[in-house]
Design a protein around this ligand. Structure first.
Ligand SMILES: *Cc1c(COP(=O)(O)O)cnc(C)c1O
Length: 670
């Protein structure tokens, strides 16, 4: 027997929005930020306060009225604020509980989401929370130096700035001068030459820089980024190099500058035990270096605090088996016990938790353009008419079609298995006959429709009975619909394609209605990889998503009523890893917050609209000149008009579509 997911076994009673919340796992992965309201819409609670809910469907309708169409990325600054405060509080609580004296700062590695609006906000809050920023490359360093200056306030010069990644001469010189400017900047040595450059510029400019060392641990990370740590890691110094660094700095009378020890075990560390081992090893190295005379005051445990994408709270790649509070408690406990054991003063703990800070902050909303599916109730009159016409034309009705007609007519709860075997047999026979030229195209069409209708009915009846025999295991996938969605997987959720990362997805409205279809999602790129056929679930590999039947709008070619899906937890890494596959560019991004200023209507408001790429912009990016393109089109249209292939008016219309198209959104605009 195949057990269906507990989330999909709703069988009786009146369907409510709460059933939908459970079906899509909203409370599991939403962690209090996402809810469902009585109208059957998904809501965002940016501060986890149920009194301050933002109705996502209302936002999308409101944006549409303002001419901002889906796909659109919604960013919630207040969620990011809330996450930062949650991390601060977790460490404050852990340090108070365990009488830890060293202090804590979280530094935000901007590579996780470099969007100016995101970084500015974090930089501003960092001053209050005693947090900082991290740069991993030259462009990021320049951004971080500017960001930390414009964050303003007295705390700016104290804001820790950590520099990781490979550094050249110019990089180190800039860092040295920034230290002289008064910034609390800490370059972390990844390879030996960087240390030599640091000493060189420190002397040249007469500064005493703060220096960090990154060590290759022997404990390995776990999961996808396993190779970020361990002795084969691309980054960091071997232990013998650490010792040589101590000697080198001593020789140059700079051992007091060696202030920070760092490692980064990997991202999305799903198993806390693995991480604890790494922190333990790092703490021992720290204490040894202190014993050898280094002026260490900071222990930087790197990033890796994970996010529970699928809501299962398990040691699984799209999940984590710990909470922020447990993470903080474990880190503080490990470091404290090792340092107390060695009689070493508690260091300031630094973590570079990028994903954990920003993942919850962004949500993509996309519209469904249509679906492709087989009917479970094909119009039998149409099928009979086709058969009659073929007969009249002298075609003998092939045996598989006759078998299918009979199986279809005689299906009962008792003969499901038999009917299923007949249907699969008839399908194979029909396809063979067609390939050998013994079956007409209309007969093949009839056979296909009957097979799908039969399988659909078999599945419905079996599900109603409560369990699925193993034979039927493949049916839900076989029969699932394809929902075509207005987005590019490669632009908006690249990790779904690159590393099979799961992101929670759910309709943002109609949740008071039981979904009756199952489907996979396809994007509008012409790439067959541009699809989502893996969905979050606590227990099972879920290959189709429950969806609502699309409602056709009246009139031919009018398409369907708007149906919107939300993709959640996209704030970390996705925005910047996205690419221009099929020249589909950045989506619009809109910053939304809850307006609770006294006298306001207590509702959502738009803080910022960042328009997505236009067609012209993406074409320029690949070196096209839009003016050249327009000129070429104009000449061709002119020639066509001269030869009377187009009227002047038609030519004018075509040129206008072309011009408008270049200025327009790269996605389909409904
Ligand atoms: C990527 C990276 C981080 C951020 O990791 P998260 O998993 O997002 O917390 C931190 N430190 C370094 C050195 C990194 O390369």
């Amino acid at each position: 027997m195949t057990t269906l997911s507990p989330r999909s076994t709703f069988l009786h009673g009146q369907w409510t929005s709460q059933d939908a919340a459970l079906l899509y796992g909203v409370p599991d992965w939403g962690k209090g930020y996402i809810g469902v309201n009585a109208e059957g819409h998904l809501t965002v609670m940016p501060t986890k306060d149920p009194a301050k809910q933002i109705d996502l469907h209302e936002v999308i309708v409101g944006l549409k009225e303002r001419g901002i169409h889906t796909p659109v990325l919604l960013r919630f600054n207040d969620i990011i604020n809330h996450r930062l405060r949650e991390i601060r509080k977790a460490f404050d609580d852990a340090m108070a509980d365990q009488q830890y004296a060293g202090g804590y700062s979280c530094v935000y590695p901007i590579k996780v989401n470099q969007q100016r609006h995101v970084c500015e906000q974090i930089a501003a809050l960092a001053v209050e929370l005693d947090f900082g920023l991290e740069a991993g490359s030259k462009p990021e360093l320049l951004a971080v130096l500017g960001l930390s200056a414009s964050a303003g306030g007295p705390g700016v010069n104290g804001m820790p700035i950590i520099c990781n990644g490979f550094k050249d001469d110019e990089f180190i010189e800039t860092v040295t001068l920034a230290a002289k400017l008064g910034r609390n900047i800490i370059p972390v040595v990844e390879k030996w030459t960087e240390l030599e450059l640091l000493v060189k510029y420190a002397k040249q400019y007469n500064v005493r820089p703060k220096i960090g060392l990154r060590v290759k641990l022997s404990s390995k990370g776990a999961g996808r980024w396993e190779s970020s740590a361990g002795v084969r890691s691309k980054f960091g110094l071997f232990v013998h190099e650490l010792l040589a660094a101590v000697e080198y700095l001593k020789k140059h009378d700079m051992l007091d500058c060696l202030n920070l020890l760092h490692c980064h075990v990997g991202s999305q560390l799903y198993d806390i035990r693995v991480f604890k081992n790494a922190v333990n090893e790092l703490s021992h190295i720290y204490c040894e270096l202190v014993r050898l005379g280094a002026g260490l005051t900071m222990l930087d445990i790197g990033g890796g605090m994970g996010v529970d994408y699928d809501g299962s709270q398990s040691a699984w790649s799209s999940s984590i088996n710990y909470t922020v509070a447990e993470y903080a408690a474990d880190v503080v406990y490990r470091i404290k016990s090792v340092c107390d054991g060695a009689g070493v003063k508690h260091p300031r703990i630094i973590s570079e938790s990028g994903r954990a800070m920003v993942a919850y902050g962004s949500i993509l909303i996309m519209d469904v353009l249509g679906s492709s599916k087989f009917e479970s109730n094909p119009d039998m009159r149409v099928i009979e008419a086709i058969i009659a016409k073929e007969r009249a034309g002298g075609v003998e009705i092939p045996q598989p079609v006759l078998d299918l007609l009979e199986a279809h007519a005689n299906l009962t709860d008792r003969n499901l298995l038999e009917a299923f075997h007949d249907a699969t047999q008839a399908r194979d026979d029909a396809m063979n006959a067609f390939s050998l030229g013994y079956m007409s195209l209309p007969m093949r069409a009839v056979a296909e429709q009957l097979v799908y209708a039969l399988c659909q009915k078999i599945l419905e009846r079996a599900t109603k009975k409560g369990d699925l025999p193993d034979e039927f295991e493949s049916l839900p996938d076989l029969l699932s619909d394809i929902y075509f969605c207005n987005f590019s997987l490669f632009q908006s959720m690249p990790d779904s394609w690159a590393i099979d990362q799961l992101f929670p997805i759910a309709p943002i409205h109609r949740l008071d209605e039981q979904p009756t279809r199952r489907g996979i999602l396809a994007d509008i790129t012409c790439d067959s990889d541009g699809k989502i056929d893996n969905f979050v679930d606590k227990r099972i590999d879920k290959t189709t998503l429950e969806l609502h039947q699309l409602r056709d709008l009246p009139g031919e070619g009018q398409g369907c009523e708007p149906y919107y899906l939300g993709v959640f937890l996209l704030g970390a890494y996705q925005e910047i890893l996205g690419d221009l596959h099929n020249l589909l560019g950045d989506t619009h991004a809109v910053h939304i917050s809850f307006d609770d200023t006294p006298g306001s209507r207590g509702d959502w408001e738009i803080d910022e609209v960042i328009e997505g790429d236009t067609v012209e912009e993406v074409l320029k990016y690949v070196q096209y000149d839009p003016e050249d393109l327009k000129r070429a089109m104009r000449l061709d249209i002119e020639a066509a008009c001269k030869q009377n292939r187009l009227t002047i008016a038609e030519g004018k219309s075509l040129l206008k579509f072309y011009d408008d198209g270049l200025e327009g959104y790269t996605y389909l605009e409904g």
